[in-house]
Design a protein. Structure first.
Length: 88
């Protein structure tokens, strides 16, 4: 089922991993505090600590699946980009 990720400790290293997971070249911004609107469903990840080289968020450290102290007002969003000539 769909859910969200909390913005606590979320940074550009985490964003790079998210964008890579979805086939993008990289990340250009992190938007916290539900910048794109509050999500719904469960908050699945909190306190993500990626190095930025992982291929998936599941390879990063975090508090535990579904373990959080957040509300949807803390949902995180990322801005991804592609390099010229590539398609996500």
């Amino acid at each position: 089922s769909r859910g969200t990720v909390c913005d606590d400790s979320f940074d550009m290293s985490d964003a790079r991993v998210v964008c890579r997971m979805f086939g993008y070249s990289g990340a250009s911004a992190v938007r916290g505090s539900a910048y794109y609107g509050r999500g719904s469903g469960n908050i699945y990840m909190d306190e993500l600590r990626c190095t930025g080289t992982e291929t998936s968020l599941f390879n990063c450290r975090y508090d535990g699946w579904g373990v959080d102290d957040c509300s949807h007002s803390e949902d995180v969003g990322v801005v991804c980009y592609t390099t010229s000539g590539t398609t996500p």
